[in-house]
Design a protein around this ligand. Structure first.
Ligand code: K1U
Ligand code: ZN
Length: 169
């Protein structure tokens, strides 16, 4: 079991755009396993490779209450979306900060699984929000960057205060 280090906002590496995976190799399967271990340990309901400083289009998600329904999305693409939702989001790269982002209410996504097989998934509710949040990470965008400059600077001050007090414990 390997727990990877999660980059913390405002680390510039969170703005890197991830590259497509050409083929699912043993290296990608190990990355998926380590990302799943890291997500469950955090704990979180999703993790994008960008957050562990690997700039490849790989996401793991598990929104189940039993933590046994791991979804692997390699090279995900949203092929349809509908409606609007306004969900309160969190992020393992911005600990302790929560806030709403307007996103599609439901999405249809095409991706590869850990075996490199293509599949299509219809998602709504928290799963749809989580897929969009993680796909933003692959595009180098963090959820707080949807907010106004004023809200972002207040959030950054709060985050820096938290990070300073974490260093002094
Ligand atoms: O991308 C990430 O940092 C993971 C993030 C996913 C997410 C959460 C909520 C809305 C959109 C996307 C998290 O997992 S934050 C932690 C979290 O939501 C959680 C933690 C423990 C139990 C249940 C949820
Ligand atoms: Zn996040």
């Amino acid at each position: 079991m390997a727990i990877l280090k999660i980059l913390q906002y405002p680390d510039e590496r969170l703005h890197t755009v991830a590259a497509p995976v050409a083929q699912v190799t043993d290296e990608i399967r190990l990355l998926v396993k380590d990302m799943a271990d890291t997500m469950y340990a955090a704990p979180g309901i999703g993790l994008a490779a960008t957050q562990v400083d690997v700039h490849k289009r790989v996401i793991v998600i598990d929104v189940s209450e039993t933590h046994d329904q791991l979804l692997v999305l390699i090279n995900p693409e949203i092929i349809a979306s509908n409606g609007i939702s306004d969900y309160e989001e969190g992020c393992l790269s911005v600990p302790g900060i929560y806030g709403k982002v307007q996103r599609a209410e439901s999405v249809t996504v095409r991706a590869w699984n850990a075996e490199g097989e293509s599949y299509v998934l219809d998602a709504n509710g928290l799963l749809a929000v989580c897929i969009q949040h993680e796909m933003d990470h692959l595009a180098g965008k963090v959820f707080v960057e949807y907010w106004s400059q004023l809200k972002q600077s207040r959030m950054l001050a709060k985050l820096k205060k938290k990070q300073r007090s974490a260093i002094h414990v």
